[in-house]
Design a protein. Sequence first.
Length: 474
Amino acid sequence: MGKRERRRKRERAKRQRSVPTAVVTEFPPAAPRIRVIVQADQPAEAREIALKYWEVAEDGKWARTVASIGEQQAVSMTATSASHAVLLGSLCASCDEPIRVPNRSWAVKVGGPNLDRRSGTYLCPECSEVQEQERLHRRQAEAEAAQAVQKQEEARAAERDRKIAELIAREGATSSSESSLPGDASLGLSLYIALVNHAAYRADKPLPSVTEVAPAGWTGDSTTDGEAFLDLYRAHLVAIAAETPVEAFVVSDEDDGVRFYRTEARWRLVGSAAFTTATAESITAYLVTGHGPGAHEARQSLAGLVERMETINVISYLDGLLTKKYDYPPVPEGRRQELADVVKKGLAAGYTPGQMICFAWRAADSAAGWKERNAHMGPAEASSGAVTILNGKIDNAIELHHAIPEYDSPRWHQQPLALGALREVNAEARRIRDRAVIDACAVCDHQGLSETDTGTLVRCLHAPDPRQDGAANV
């Protein structure tokens, strides 16, 4: 061996002797519960503090308090920075290796007050780090998945908006050249007159949806409103307005078609104001003077609709009177059909809508007085009693021919929007067919028909003769 080689050997031995090693000690020595590892590069004083800090007695309690070693904060910082411990009886829930703890507090938390508790939930730092990495990966994957779902939702929403915009554009292009009248039995035929009258005072505004004018609605019944609008829509007399909210549309997953809720859509009348006015006048003339089975069926449909609206209007007024003025509940459900029959009886007897409002007001007032005179009665009984009282008042008025005044409904009461216009049309259709009016007319025959200049028989309107008026005024 040469000098160079011997020198290198001495240098390696010297380096090996100078490399410090960690201090490993187990406590208590007889039955170790904790293994203390003091870092190799720590000075003797730090090693001594660390060993005293971690020393455990035979019963598993700490051999001494931190305060007995020195100043508590300084001792804790020195011991925890210079060493750590391993709980020999507390194994990692994942890898079954003893759990490493950084300080006394954590040791007691994991191993219990005697450092002998087997851990079923705690993990060693290595497994904790792995678990944390897995958790981060899961969160990242979930975030990416949520982002992908959000992008899909945004894409679907954009596609949905595009299809709805296309539908509204097509609806905006609907012209009166495609329009036709619905069937004679369709309630849409009558409703169109009311829609034109309503739209005349709402320039550049859409017709409100059925939901927006609830509860009275157009005819007093949302189902009837929806069916009537659908008939007019199919006849291209109304179209979906551009102001319709997107919530009113549904894009089908089956055929990608766009559908709408008939009660949520807002509408516009198809055609110019001149066209809609002329169409409404034509429908009015058909309902009033039209002949043949089709016109008769249309008039029957109109009469039935007006009767239902008048009945609903009176019932709604009575309910509102009971709830708003007297703080009673509405008429009980069990008596609502009876109430409807009572109102129809009054209308059939010839009492006007104003007189029926008077009847309803008197019935509610009498029911309230009856309740005040009978303390044992409750509000619900008074509301139910209003039906009986209304029936009795109508029967007495019919039998005794009482004069009943006409009352105007209060401002808080909302009648069906179509009632006013259709009431007039229905009244005119009935007037020109009334036997007394026909007999008093000097123009028409006994069937109410008059002959035109061309020899055609038409329904007479029984207009007063201007020559007779002039003679009477002379």
